[in-house]
Ligand binder design. Structure first.
Ligand code: VGL
Ligand code: ZN
Length: 227
């Protein structure tokens, strides 16, 4: 075979779904963000069956894991006189104070047992530096350090990412915004995510902000049929 026929056979045999790979990013589906955990997201458990079904239609699945040292600066208990949900400044950045959660090597920090994990290619931890929080799975809140997730996805040939998990108004939102900013075509999967809603409109505002930043909103049903 030579000429156009050879060229055609080359293109016909490329697995384009892998060359331009789509990746599913499962954000912080950890015990502490589920009922009974330290910082439960209302109805957070509802994301698990949806996330389990979604994994089957993605060639690549990754997860993020909030992974704090016990003396992390985002914990209210590490700031005498402050309460949970107070706003402070932490090394020059605005910081909401949270209950102690997702402490490294504790049960609360473990990925939920009900989440299918055999297809998770890599888990990227974040929030490991006590001096700065990290809502996004790609960078800390000051964009000072990368977790390596964005670079790793790029190296796998990923051009499009689908982001879901906990919590819509914090880690899911900032993961999606950073992915879009890094140049990934980015979609937020609404029914595979739940938010905290400290203020009643936080989830709605998070979705609006993602949309303004070029993140498209998807529902799991449309993804499960078309792939
Ligand atoms: C998260 C607050 C503090 C999240 C993590 O996963 O959305 N929220 N740490
Ligand atoms: Zn955290």
């Amino acid at each position: 075979m030579f000429g156009p026929a050879k060229l055609w056979s080359f293109f016909a045999n490329v697995n384009w779904s892998f060359s331009f790979m789509k990746a599913l990013i499962l954000v912080d589906i950890q015990n502490d963000f589920l009922p009974g955990g330290a910082l439960p997201v209302p109805n957070g458990e509802a994301v698990i069956p949806v996330a389990n079904n979604l994994q089957a239609v993605f060639p690549l699945v990754v997860a993020t894991q909030d992974w704090h040292p016990a003396d992390h600066g985002s914990f209210a208990g590490n700031h005498p006189g402050k309460k949970v949900f107070d706003q402070i400044e932490l090394n020059g950045l605005p910081q909401t104070l949270w209950p102690k959660h997702c402490v490294q090597n504790t049960r609360g920090a473990e990925i939920a047992a009900a989440l299918k994990q055999d297809r998770i290619a890599r888990i990227f931890s974040k929030g490991t530096d006590k001096g700065i929080d990290s809502y996004s799975g790609l960078f800390d809140n000051g964009h000072r350090k990368s977790t390596g997730l964005g670079e790793w996805l790029g190296a796998q040939g990923v051009i499009e990412v689908f982001v879901c998990g906990l919590a819509t108004d914090y880690c899911v939102k900032f993961t999606a915004l950073d992915a879009a900013q890094m140049g990934f075509k980015t979609r937020f999967i609404e029914d595979a995510s739940r938010g905290v809603n400290l203020r009643p409109d936080d989830v709605a505002n998070a979705i609006a902000q993602m949309k303004r930043s070029g993140v498209k909103v998807a529902q799991s049903a449309e993804l499960l049929v078309s792939k």
